[in-house]
Design a protein around this ligand. Structure first.
Ligand code: MG
Length: 209
């Protein structure tokens, strides 16, 4: 079946950083600040791909609190996301993105970005679309304080009945699910709203949802 996912990312522009977008180094007096190389385009695409298989987001899989991802290449991160798709019996068919940047001009770098991204995602060049717009001087992006990216991914997923996030038997044994009783009939043919959890001491506790 075909699924889609959406992704968005934004990073501030600062002095003393290289500007990397779509895995391409762009000549500019400022670069994007972040834990990794802060490639907002790759990050938005990664989130779009993860979204298509309902597999969380890059902040969850590659947290900025983990020194492992410090100054890491976001193109590499995108390859890791591709591996997650493969593990979920999915593959990207097409990605489309919009870069929102007052400066620099993206057009001279567009083809190089498409080639790098296509290689990282194992897609044909025709499966990677990169667009760019200025913000017409409006807001923080319009003042050139940062660069943002919006992306959408189309993904083919093998038909399956289980959620990709479904926990493995091993995970379940390590962290057992609390005993949550099913809603019961109130005797009038309607289901009650209250769901109750049995606590360790055997008392029942109301769960607020
Ligand atoms: Mg980011």
């Amino acid at each position: 079946m075909i699924k889609t996912g959406i992704g968005f990312d934004i990073h501030p522009l600062v002095k003393g950083r290289r500007l990397i977008l779509g895995g391409v180094h762009i000549k500019h007096p400022f670069g994007l600040a972040g834990h990794s190389d802060a490639d907002a385009l790759c990050h938005a695409l990664a989130d779009a791909l993860l979204g298509a298989i309902a597999d969380g987001d890059i902040g969850e899989h590659f947290p900025d609190t983990n020194p492992r991802w410090k100054n890491s290449s976001s193109l590499d991160l995108l390859k890791r996301v591709r591996a997650r798709l493969k593990a979920a019996q999915a593959r990207a068919l097409h990605v489309d993105a919009i870069l929102m940047a007052e400066a620099p001009k993206i057009a001279p770098y567009r083809q190089a970005m498409r080639r790098r991204l296509a290689r990282a995602l194992a897609l044909p060049l025709a499966g990677v679309s990169i667009k760019a717009t200025t913000m017409e001087g409006l807001g923080a992006l319009g003042r050139g304080e940062g660069i943002a990216a919006l992306a959408i991914a189309t993904v083919e997923v093998a038909k399956r009945t289980t959620d990709v996030r479904r926990r493995t038997t091993e995970q379940k044994s390590k962290h057992p699910t609390p005993n949550i009783e099913r809603p019961t009939s109130n005797g009038k043919g309607r289901m009650t709203d209250a769901r109750r959890r049995t606590t360790g001491n055997g008392k029942k506790q109301k769960i607020i949802r």
